[in-house]
Each structure stands twice: as structure tokens, then as C-alpha cells.
Design a protein around this ligand. Structure first.
Ligand code: UT7
Length: 357
């Protein structure tokens, strides 16, 4: 990480000095955060009416009690993001959407195949001309996006980056026996953060590390439609359920419980912070058992870890901002708190970050 010297003369869309040259910033931080979940609650018992599963199986294996689904057709990831963005802007003390200089949108369930959900969101926010980048890194998407936002802010490219993680899973899972292993896990939701220059030299992102290993790509994937196939989607493929996500759950579980502690230790070491100094741990919410094991391996008490999977299930790219937003509002962290974030998911992709709020 670069030395922590904070430049106080930032102004304009990008961080520019007096002669208009880009001006770098010592550190970026989360200026504000927000979240949103749709109102429709779907319990384990509701799912048991659609497939052979039970509240007992789901709770024992995953910790999930219920999740949220969009109320009706026509609500995309960018729609779920909107209220979360408003909350994040207010939290950051920014006057309006016009203060957003760039959008990074992490999702595996974009509104449409293309263009990216960031473009839809920018239009809904009334931000013509503001760049919008979609990140396709599944459960690690928010951390990948954070790394990009941090580089833009520190490099003086953009001052306020709107970083979103939002997903609509309910329209893409198979709510029947064949899809039950995946279907019970996922829910809809959104989180948003405003990433900008840290004003206190002691504040900001201390370390972030990202990884990927495509050898596990097919352990959690959605096979079709696929540009590799002619045509991309057929009735036969649909009959075989190739347009629904498929997962080798045991394998993903093994990797997650190994890689999340490993990358967390690496960022703690780089940030020169011990696990004992962490005030709040925000792990990706894929399975309560995974996070209990990760806490155990890192020596972080579970009381310091966000665990909202019982209410929302797995919302992939949204879990970390959703968890941090709730925890901040519950008073579990404040300015000056040391926060560790970690994720593992499809790709495989994984990562972790340490930040002093
Ligand atoms: O965020 C993305 C990353 N994803 C993850 O991190 C997920 C990681 N994996 C997991 O969390 C776990 O592997 C699961 C929760 C998905 C599954 O738990 P498991 O202990 O690995 O169960 P399993 O897949 O070995 O299945 C055990 C049994 C099987 O039946 P048999 O073969 O023992 O007769 C499954 O067919 O449970 C059955 N099963 C179900 N039963 C009731 C699978 N899904 C269900 C279900 N309800 N929904």
C-alpha cells in the first residue's frame, strides 16, 4: 500500500490538482453504505411445498431460515440496487446522485445478458455520461469491485465511486426436486457503498487480495445459454436443466473453508493487524457452517462475525455490503473500527480486505 498522505485539495469529478492534473490520494475508504431487500419473505416451509426438502435439513446444513424474493416479474438487480444506493449516499453525506463519478456493479444475475446492470442503474439514477463497469466475479464480486474502486480513488481517476453488489436469484433457480440443492441456498438482495478518499490519515483500506482458479469453474456454474454452443440454448438443454445453476457443494465447501482463512491471514499480515484487532468480520454468507469454521481457523470469536444468512440466504455479490450496512446501523462498527471482509465463490474466485472505517 502507498504511504498515507491525504491530499485535502480534491474537487471536481475526478481528483484534479490546480492545473487539472490527476491527483492521487493516500487511501480510499467506505464513505457510506446501504442495503435493500425485497419484501417477499420465503421460508424453508414455503420451499418444502415446491420440492422434497425440509426446514430441518436446510437449517442444519446451512443456517438459513428464510430468504427474500422479488415481489413480481420486472424487477432486476439494478432496481434492487436503487434504494440501497440512496441509503449509501445519505450515509456518506453526499447531496445527490450527481456526486457519483463512476459506477462499479457486481452481479452474477444482471438485469439482462447485456448491457451491464451498471448502465441500467446509471440511467435510473439520472447519470448520463458517468462510466459504468459490471464485474462478473460472483460471490467475490464486491471485493473485486472494491479493489477497482480503491485504485480509481487512490489514482485520482474518480473521487466518488458507487460500488454495488445486487442479485435477483429467485428467477434463475429451479424450484423443484432436481434443483433443490442450489435452490434452497439463494435469495435476492442488494448492497451499495460509496468509495472515496479517506480524510483521516489513519483511515481506509489497508490491504486487499484477490484470487481465481478456473480449475473449479464447473463446480458452481450456469452452463447455458453459452457462446460456446451453437445455438446457445436449445429445448434439449432446457429439458436437462442446463439453464439453472449446478453445484458440487461438497467441493465448494472444502475450498471455501481453506481459502477464506488463507487469504484473510494474508491481508491481516500485510496490514500488520492481528485477528484480535478486528472489531467486525464480514464474511460472505454462503453457509453458516463455513463461516463458523473460518472464524475458528482465524481465532475470531463468532460474536464479531456478521451472520445474517438465516434471514436472507446467499445473495452472492450483495452479502458483504448488505452485512456491513446492517452491522453499521446496529452499532456493531463505527468510524475507526477495523473491519475484515472475506469471500469465496464460483470461478473459483476468492479474496479478502482489511479496512479501518
Ligand atoms: O456462495 C457460493 C458458494 N457456495 C457454497 O459455498 C456452498 C458450499 N456447499 C455447501 O454449503 C453444502 O455442500 C450444501 C449446503 C450445499 C450441501 O450440504 P452437504 O452436507 O454437502 O450435503 P450433500 O450435498 O452431500 O447432500 C446430502 C444429502 C444428499 O442425499 P443422499 O445422497 O445422502 O441421499 C442430497 O441429495 O442431502 C440431499 N439434499 C437435500 N435434501 C433435502 C441435497 N439438497 C437437499 C435439500 N433438501 N435442499
Amino acid at each position: 500500500m502507498t504511504p498515507r498522505v491525504v491530499h485535502s485539495s480534491l474537487h471536481g469529478r475526478a481528483c484534479r490538482g490546480k492545473k487539472g492534473a490527476m491527483k492521487s490520494v493516500a487511501a480510499s475508504t467506505i464513505l457510506g453504505i446501504g442495503h435493500y431487500v425485497p419484501s417477499k419473505v420465503v421460508t424453508n416451509d414455503d420451499l418444502a411445498k415446491l420440492m422434497s426438502t425440509s426446514d430441518e435439513w436446510i437449517q442444519q446444513r446451512t443456517g438459513i431460515k428464510e430468504r427474500r424474493y422479488i415481489e413480481h416479474s420486472g424487477i432486476g438487480a439494478s432496481d434492487l440496487a436503487l434504494p440501497a444506493v440512496k441509503m449509501a449516499l445519505e450515509h456518506a453525506g453526499l447531496a445527490s446522485e450527481k456526486d457519483v463519478d463512476a459506477i462499479v456493479f457486481a452481479t452474477l444475475s444482471p438485469d439482462h445478458n447485456f448491457p451491464g446492470s451498471g448502465c441500467f442503474l446509471g440511467h435510473k439514477l439520472g447519470l448520463p455520461g458517468v462510466p459504468a463497469l459490471d464485474v462478473r466475479n460472483q460471490c467475490s464480486g464486491f471485493l473485486y469491485g472494491l479493489s477497482i474502486a480503491d485504485a480509481w480513488v487512490r489514482g485520482g481517476v474518480y473521487r466518488h465511486v458507487l460500488l454495488v453488489g445486487a442479485e435477483v436469484h429467485s428467477t434463475g433457480i429451479e424450484l423443484a426436486d432436481r434443483g433443490r440443492d442450489v435452490a434452497v441456498l439463494f435469495g435476492d438482495g442488494a448492497g451499495a457503498a460509496i468509495i472515496g478518499p479517506a480524510t483521516d490519515p489513519d483511515q481506509g483500506l489497508r490491504s486487499i487480495k484477490l484470487h481465481a482458479d478456473g480449475s473449479g469453474a464447473k463446480d458452481l456454474w450456469l452452463e447455458a445459454p453459452a457462446s460456446a454452443y451453437v445455438p446457445r440454448l436449445t429445448k434439449e438443454m432446457m429439458d436437462e436443466g442446463k439453464h439453472f445453476p449446478a453445484m458440487n457443494g461438497k467441493q465448494v465447501f472444502r475450498w471455501a473453508t481453506e481459502k477464506m482463512p488463507e487469504v484473510s491471514r494474508a491481508v491481516l499480515e500485510e496490514a500488520k493487524i492481528s485477528a484480535g484487532d478486528i472489531d467486525l468480520f464480514v464474511p460472505h454468507q454462503a453457509n453458516l457452517r463455513i463461516n463458523q469454521l473460518v472464524c475458528q481457523k482465524l481465532g475470531i470469536p463468532e460474536s464479531k462475525a456478521v451472520a445474517n444468512i438465516e434471514k436472507y440466504g446467499n445473495t452472492t455479490a450483495a452479502t458483504i455490503p448488505l452485512g456491513l450496512s446492517e452491522a453499521w446501523r446496529e452499532g456493531r462498527c463505527r468510524r475507526g473500527s477495523n473491519v475484515l471482509m472475506a469471500a469465496f465463490g464460483s470461478g473459483y474466485t476468492w479474496g479478502a480486505a482489511v479496512l479501518k472505517l
